[in-house]
Design a protein around this ligand. Structure first.
Ligand SMILES: O=P(O)(O)OP(=O)(O)OP(=O)(O)OC[C@H]1O[C@@H](n2cnc3c(O)ncnc32)[C@H](O)[C@@H]1O
Length: 171
């Protein structure tokens, strides 16, 4: 089985590889910087889901993959504040695309206010945490949980929710 992931972000690639290995799913693995074709900073569950789907579909179209994974991060507005959200899509030719979402956490008001003003979470998190490339490492969730839940764990959870739905892979 040829498996493609639509990102070059190491935290996403590692989460996909790790989960497939854990589930003893054999296959060759490739990655491509697939466009999400949504805003740089998705601002709803729907837009973030669409980004994940678009990335997976791009992989199917542009690579010789049997299975394609799209992972996308975004934020979503609620009556209780702005929350971090993450979504994953697993696509195969001729089959219904599977979707799964990850854990959410409310963003502090000082971050939310800048996001609502049009800034992107990646650079904001680097400034806030005084670290570099947070989006490819612990992620916002890692910063706001003091490392209790990092971005890799979030994507591993999403991957488990996705591949767990592939009953035929476990026979
Ligand atoms: O290389 P790609 O796959 O694009 O990975 P990414 O982390 O840059 O991109 P996402 O599509 O997952 O997220 C969209 C933007 O939201 C930001 N973002 C999302 N989740 C984040 C997180 O946990 N920590 C920091 N920034 C995040 C970041 O600025 C992204 O450019």
């Amino acid at each position: 089985m040829k498996i493609a992931v639509g990102s070059k972000n190491p935290v996403k690639i590692k989460a996909v590889e790790y989960t497939l290995q854990e589930a003893r799913i054999q296959g060759s693995f490739m990655s491509i910087d697939a466009p999400s074709n949504v805003s740089e900073m998705p601002f709803s569950d729907e837009e973030t889901m669409q980004g994940a789907i678009n990335r997976a579909e791009y992989c199917l179209k542009h690579m010789e993959a049997d299975v394609a994974i799209g992972l996308e991060g975004g934020v979503m507005e609620t009556p209780f504040g702005l929350f971090l959200c993450n979504w994953g899509a697993l696509a195969e030719n001729g089959k219904t695309t599977l979707l799964a979402g990850g854990a959410r956490i409310k963003l502090p008001d000082e971050i939310a206010v800048n996001l609502r003003a049009g800034e992107e979470l990646g650079p904001l998190m680097d400034i806030y945490s005084r670290r570099e490339n947070v989006r490819s490492k612990e992620g916002a969730i890692g910063i706001f949980t003091n490392g209790m839940v990092n971005r890799d764990e979030l994507f591993i959870h999403i991957m488990k929710l996705l591949i767990g739905q592939k009953g035929d892979w476990f026979k």
